[in-house]
Design a protein around this ligand. Structure first.
Ligand SMILES: N[C@@H](CCC(=O)N[C@@H](CS)C(=O)NCC(=O)O)C(=O)O
Length: 268
């Protein structure tokens, strides 16, 4: 840690419709009480419009100072963190270190494994499908910028790196890739149901995957289910998870973590 001023507010670089940023926002809403001796963590959201009209994640400032990968979420706090922290899972573990009920010792391993498994599902493919022009339009735009004589060498290099990452998406959205994402989503949902079925007595109440207290797994899963639900992919979402998700959508936590009410971005 850069210093011990733990009351200094954190910035979460976020976007209204970024599923990974919303997972972090949900973890924050589910946070519980801070570890003894720590104040409540102050989290201020800074919206980065990643839509094709604005492309704020591709700005010189964002690529050079916030995240060379040009994605949200990122957690930053010059007074507490040595450098900005990208990756929704890493930010979530940081929150869990502050709020221990998010990662109970007895479920730690299961949560780690399932979060990894969840994040191997291509959210992009399930959201945008195989026909989206988003990645190729973004790559073309970055290649045009790289040709400009009036931009710095550092920014050019950063754009080249980011264009390479986005090209990876452009090159990997075949029907076979989508089918793989769907298979992974079904297998993942089945594992969540198996965990819930260990507690049949709580079937009709709003409880969480491991019991009455939410964990990081609930935070990530409920947002993922939100995206699948809003895409109306009920072939991937068993009724018991639809019911659970619908209950959580009616809570203040959902309202605060997902201020647009939906995780679904306007389609490009
Ligand atoms: N593995 C990263 C993925 C982050 C990510 O892909 N974010 C998307 C929004 S959900 C983004 O910022 N996309 C902008 C772009 O690709 O240029 C995480 O979990 O934080």
């Amino acid at each position: 840690m850069a210093s011990q001023d733990l009351s200094a507010p954190f910035t979460l670089y976020s976007y209204t419709y970024s599923i990974c940023a919303l997972m972090v926002q949900m973890a924050y809403e589910m946070r519980g009480s801070p570890r003894e001796g720590r104040p409540d963590l102050k989290l201020e959201r800074k919206m980065v419009d990643i839509g094709l009209e604005s492309r704020e994640q591709l700005s010189e400032f964002y690529l050079l100072k916030v995240n060379p990968k040009g994605v949200v979420p990122v957690l930053a706090n010059e007074k507490v963190l040595d450098k900005p922290m990208p990756e929704s899972i890493d930010i979530s573990y940081y929150l869990a270190d502050w709020y221990p009920s998010l990662l109970p010792v007895q479920h730690k391993e299961a949560i780690r494994e399932l979060l990894e498994e969840l994040h191997k599902i291509s959210f992009k493919l399930l959201t945008f499908g195989t026909q989206t022009k988003y990645p190729s339009i973004a790559v073309d735009w970055m290649r045009e910028q790289i040709q400009r004589p009036d931009i710095s060498d550092e920014y050019k290099k950063a754009l080249e790196y980011k264009a390479g990452l986005t090209k990876g998406w452009a090159d990997n959205h075949s029907e076979a890739d989508l089918a793989e994402a769907e298979t992974r989503a079904r297998a993942f949902c089945a594992k969540i149901i198996a965990l819930m079925e260990k507690r049949p007595e709580e079937k009709d109440k709003i409880t969480y995957i491991f019991g009455p207290e939410p964990t990081l797994l609930d935070a990530h899963v409920v947002v993922f289910l939100g995206r699948v639900y809003e895409k109306k992919r009920f072939d991937l979402l068993p009724p018991v998870l639809v019911q659970w998700h619908e209950q959580l959508r009616k809570t203040g936590m959902w309202e605060r973590a997902v201020p647009a009410g939906t995780t679904l971005p306007p389609m490009w």
